[in-house]
Design a protein around this ligand. Structure first.
Ligand SMILES: Nc1ncnc2c1ncn2[C@@H]1O[C@H](COP(=O)(O)OP(=O)(O)OP(=O)(O)O)[C@@H](O)[C@H]1O
Ligand SMILES: [Mg+2]
Length: 82
């Protein structure tokens, strides 16, 4: 498994846009991609219209209440992209 983190202290520099493009490109190349949206605004999730289903918890619960991450994975319209 490979992990990529995009980081910049400055806001509005294209982190979310680049993350979404990279995620989509890797998914198109048949890689299975999990994008973890740690932005409190949830922009990456909004971009892919990935809404948690009713009753499904968010990343916060995984970090604070130690719920398994696997329980909060949301599919997108791309079969390889989550
Ligand atoms: N390569 C690019 N060329 C032109 N505009 C871009 C490019 N990348 C991003 N943008 C635009 O710049 C704005 C900020 O991009 P984005 O939301 O990806 O930044 P961010 O670093 O994730 O911001 P934040 O710090 O608020 O999370 C958006 O309006 C986006 O459409
Ligand atoms: Mg962002």
């Amino acid at each position: 498994m490979n992990s990529i983190a995009l980081f910049s202290i400055k806001g509005g520099t294209g982190k979310t846009t680049l993350s979404s493009s990279l995620g989509w490109i890797f998914a198109e190349q048949a890689h299975r991609v999990l994008m973890i949206d740690m932005d409190a605004q949830g922009h990456l999730t909004q971009l892919f219209k990935g809404k948690p289903t009713k009753g499904q918890t968010k990343l916060y619960y995984s970090l604070v209440h130690e719920q398994p991450l696997a329980e909060m994975i949301v599919p997108t319209s791309h079969p390889n992209l989550f």
